[in-house]
Design a protein around this ligand. Structure first.
Ligand code: ZN
Ligand code: ZN
Length: 272
């Protein structure tokens, strides 16, 4: 029995209209999952700079609490959040985490300080050196995110990679090996799980896992054991998408189980 620990409902600004919390639960059950985390976007900048839509946190909390009761016999539902750029506004981020009883907090980085979301950048117009410089900054800011604390899972570490690939370019990770080692050692030291995100696996969406298998293997070789799995579905039908490929990739990298810290302790799921 596997878990999908990164999904979005229609409460996310980019969630599909049909992605009610109940529809996500029904699909998770139909696909044989034992656990599902609903982790809507809360990019903390959105609250402060007005560059992202604001999440109706009370509404999603109510919907998840209701669904937890409704599906209690069939599904373990986790109330989560994908908290973006927490380190950019640490006080406001802590206030959010104090206010809601999140079972699982995903830490993500969608935009660098003073920059737009990686999704919106025009990579065709950039040189390889400029793209590498952006990736370098993303690693620096991800380390700040880890230092913020308060997160259980580091989601889509190489988020910008999928959009670089869609723009017809790529990132050579080899020059970043030392920096990636420092970052992954921090992931381990902080007790945070690294997420394998499957949403960009189709060629049209980038054709890559996030992070890549080479980074997953590096994490494993450094002693990394905490690993999560998320489809990043924004519509019910995408729940657990490409999980067979993900399971093979995880087994190839030496992981025999998912192991994910949550508010209520460590969850483990054998990969078979
Ligand atoms: Zn989204
Ligand atoms: Zn994200």
């Amino acid at each position: 029995m596997l878990a999908d620990l990164h999904t979005h409902s229609r409460f996310s600004f980019d969630g599909a209209p049909e992605a009610t919390v109940e529809a996500l639960c029904e699909t998770a059950i139909a696909k044989g999952l034992s656990h599902l985390a609903v982790t809507d976007h809360c990019d903390i900048n959105g609250e402060i700079e007005g560059i992202y839509a604001i999440l109706d946190k009370d509404a999603v909390f109510d919907a998840v609490e209701k669904a937890k009761k409704k599906y209690v016999d069939r599904l373990t539902l986790l109330f989560g959040v994908e908290l973006g750029q927490a380190y950019q506004y640490p006080a406001q981020s802590r206030a959010l985490l104090d206010r809601y009883p999140y079972d699982i907090v995903l830490g993500s980085l969608h935009n660098l300080r003073g920059e737009q979301d990686f999704y919106y950048m025009d990579y065709k117009a950039q040189t390889d050196a400029q793209i590498a410089a952006l990736f370098d900054r993303s690693l620096d800011e991800t380390m700040e995110l880890l230092d913020f604390g308060g997160i259980h899972v580091l989601t889509h570490l190489t988020y910008m990679h999928r959009y670089v690939r869609r723009g017809g370019k790529d990132i050579d990770f080899a020059p970043f090996r030392e920096k990636l080692i420092t970052l992954l050692e921090k992931v381990i030291q902080k007790g945070v799980a690294l997420e394998l995100n499957t949403s960009a696996l189709p060629p049209a969406r980038g054709g890559v896992f996030s992070p890549t298998m080479e980074i997953l293997s590096l994490y494993r070789s450094l002693g990394g054991k905490l690993i999560s799995l998320g489809s990043d579905a924004h519509a019910p039908q995408n729940i657990a998408q490409h999980f067979d490929a993900a399971k093979s990739a995880l087994l190839d990298c030496g992981f025999a189980e998912l192991a994910v810290p949550t508010k209520n302790g460590l969850l483990t799921f054998p990969i078979s």
